[in-house]
Write a protein that binds this ligand. Structure first.
Ligand SMILES: [Zn+2]
Length: 143
């Protein structure tokens, strides 16, 4: 379990996402000008424990899980470097994630698939989204 603080939405700068996640007690929570507004006071007091980035996304977007895939939800939440979750939670449970996407050019495309037990998918998803010829990115649970 990792104790974190989730700040957002309505951050003045949303280039990194609508929500910022810091570890509880991180100095940036007090220092960063983005969180100065009083509307974030309750966010700062709301320290909660999570096991993975996915759990945070499920909490933040509880009402929107049906309409959006996990990759989209995670891309809107920025996990600062102060946050680290215990890895391999899914591996212990014998479950994995499947990331599928297409690599394409004008003539053809390849269907790609990544299977991982690491619940911290945000970095992988962000890296794939940064590739110009990637489309139809999707994250799903492998049972
Ligand atoms: Zn921080």
């Amino acid at each position: 379990m990792t104790s974190i603080v989730i700040l957002g939405p309505n951050l003045a700068d949303q280039s990194k996402g609508s929500f910022h996640v810091h570890s509880a007690g991180c100095a940036d929570i007090k220092r960063n000008r983005l969180y100065k507004s009083r509307e974030f006071d309750s966010d700062k007091r709301n320290v909660q424990d999570f096991d993975s980035e996915k759990q945070v996304a499920e909490y933040v977007y509880a009402d929107m899980l049906d309409e959006n895939d996990m990759a989209t939800l995670l891309s809107n939440i920025y996990f600062h470097a102060c946050v680290s979750f215990p890895k391999k939670e899914s591996a212990i449970m014998g479950k994995t994630w499947k990331i599928t996407f297409e690599l394409y050019n004008e003539e053809l495309f390849f269907e790609m698939e990544i299977v991982t037990a690491d619940d911290n998918l945000a970095d992988t998803v962000a890296a794939l989204e940064g590739i110009a010829n990637v489309r139809n990115l999707n994250v799903s649970r492998n049972s």
